[in-house]
Design a protein around this ligand. Structure first.
Ligand SMILES: Nc1ncnc2c1ncn2[C@@H]1O[C@H](COP(=O)(O)OP(=O)(O)OP(=O)(O)O)[C@@H](O)[C@H]1O
Length: 490
């Protein structure tokens, strides 16, 4: 649809673009990225025929851009510029109707039913139909942006150029605009070429991205390829981190703000942050910790300040235990959004905790262990599904900076240590009469201060793994002994 070869040029004596070559296919959603001043708008101005270029060629639908008449070009391309103002005072509908100009042989007298139908349709698509009789200047920045998009769509172009289209739009209209562009690209084969400052939106919606730096193409490929952490850091000269989108196989880039004094202050999570009473074990961290957990609340990866292990009756049964737990936390003035929350039927005074230290970092561990529902994982298929009480809840607080993989290693290492403790205490699966490896409802939380020493790995014989192994083994064994004693005393 569009072929650009060796495009070079700029303004007067200032050269901006240097030998830019690329092609865009029909129906493609193509994103142009680059830092301020990298030449994105200059490129778009050349592609849309507004700005002359020194060298190279631009072909649209196989024909050189310079061979198009202005009116003919307006039937093929439409532009949604970054900043727009209108010279005259028009209503919204009149403004949108201007988009039909390229298709008319005369002016208003040739207004056809088809023109009217198209204008009404694009106003609906962009959500501006309801204020079609208002004057354009009376609209907000976002509303104006949508009216101008409607105007561009009214042109019924084959190629749509957008310069930061989401600039003035609120979250829902950003999504609506890009969903609409994506739909029109897929269903009507509209070719969309758009400048983006928001790398994440570009990564989510575009088929391919072109990254410009100082007027040259730095990268041109699928979003995941272009949005490499190191490349973006270098081109934008800033600290960002790349993570996968939680719901889609798309990259997301996160700005990492500069840290200040208190962010570096050493932090040790230990017994002083812990309170234990009959109802709950609660740990209040002075600042949010990076967590990976299987808690009822705060599950998965996140940042949490409060950790609650709540005692429930052994026949606790609830259709929606997540909502019930959230209500419980709220009733106790604890924000569920900031809390890793677990439940257990064991008496909380049987909990075991311990701070284990190594050179430069430490680990605080807390375990509650009820083993009435102990299971041998290798023979789990002999059990029928039930949520009988008897749970081992393991909390591991790492006073150090964990890499992502170290969270996973920590879970593996803690689980291995737990299994060994169960074995040494001869905890049996009552159904199979073999050694149990855990209970059917065990939960775990790994939380790290993300300050101090960087800890890349936590396998059993790494420095961190050794602390977790020792601490979890000792605490699990002690908690089982405590809970056995408690049951015998009853
Ligand atoms: N009309 C102009 N006359 C002279 N120089 C210009 C003109 N417009 C832009 N430039 C210069 O050309 C260079 C590229 O500008 P351009 O607007 O294409 O960058 P951009 O990548 O779109 O930047 P931004 O992200 O800030 O919108 C800049 O150094 C800019 O100062």
């Amino acid at each position: 649809m569009l072929e650009v070869k060796g495009l070079t040029g700029g303004y007067d004596n200032k050269s901006v673009l240097d030998s830019v070559s690329f092609e865009v296919q029909k129906g493609e959603l193509f994103g142009i990225l680059g830092p301020n001043g990298s030449g994105k708008t200059t490129l778009l101005s050349m592609l849309s025929g507004v700005l002359d270029y020194k060298q190279g060629s631009i072909r649209i639908k196989g024909k050189d851009l310079q061979d198009y008449s202005a009116k003919r070009l307006a039937r093929v391309i439409a532009v949604l510029p970054q900043h727009s103002s209108l010279a005259f005072s028009y209503t919204v509908k009149e403004t949108v109707s201007l988009g039909r100009y390229a298709h008319q042989t005369g002016w208003f007298h040739s207004w056809s039913a088809e023109d009217e139908e198209i204008v009404q349709r694009v106003m609906k698509q962009t959500g501006v139909a309801e204020f079609q009789d208002l004057h354009f200047e009376r609209l907000s920045g976002g509303e104006r942006q949508r009216v101008l998009l409607a105007q561009a769509l009214a042109q019924e172009p084959e190629v749509l150029f957008l310069d930061e289209p989401t600039n003035h739009l609120d979250l829902s209209y950003q999504k609506e605009l890009l969903d609409l562009m994506s739909k029109m690209a897929k269903e009507q084969e509209l070719t969309v070429i758009s400048i983006f400052h928001d790398l994440n939106l570009a990564g989510l919606y575009c088929d391919r991205l072109m990254l410009l730096a100082k007027g040259k193409i730095k990268a041109l490929a699928a979003p995941n390829e272009v949005l490499q952490q190191d490349r973006i850091r270098e081109v934008y000269r800033t600290t960002i981190e790349k993570h996968p989108h939680p719901a889609l196989p798309k990259p997301q880039m996160f700005i990492v703000p500069q840290k200040h004094g208190s962010d570096f202050a050493p932090l040790e999570i230990n017994e002083s942050h812990l309170t234990v009473n009959r109802e709950m074990i609660r740990l209040n961290a002075p600042s949010p910790l990076r967590t990976m957990s299987s808690g009822v609340t705060g599950s998965g990866m996140g940042w949490h300040r409060y950790f609650v292990n709540r005692h429930v009756h052994h026949d606790y049964d609830c259709d929606d235990h997540l909502a019930e737990m959230a209500d419980y936390l709220k009733a106790n003035n604890i924000d569920p959004q900031e809390t890793v929350g677990m439940m257990t039927a064991v008496y909380l005074d049987t909990a075991a905790f311990k701070l284990v230290k190594a050179e430069g970092f430490s680990v605080f561990i807390i375990v509650t262990a009820g083993v009435g529902n102990a299971i041998d994982a290798s023979l789990a298929d002999r059990h029928s599904w039930s949520t009988a009480p008897g749970t081992i809840n393991t909390w591991v607080f790492v006073n150090g900076h964990l890499a992502e993989e170290a969270f996973i290693h920590s879970i593996v290492t803690a689980t291995e240590a737990k299994v060994k403790a169960l074995h040494d205490l001869q905890v049996l699966d009552k159904v199979t009469n073999t050694y149990a490896t855990g209970t059917s409802t065990d939960s775990i939380s790994i939380a790290a201060t993300q300050r101090g020493m960087k800890l890349q790995y936590a396998g059993t014989i790494t420095p961190l793994g050794k602390l977790i192994s020792r601490g979890v083994y000792d605490c699990t064994a002690e908690a089982i002994r405590n809970s056995r004693k408690r049951n015998e005393a009853l």
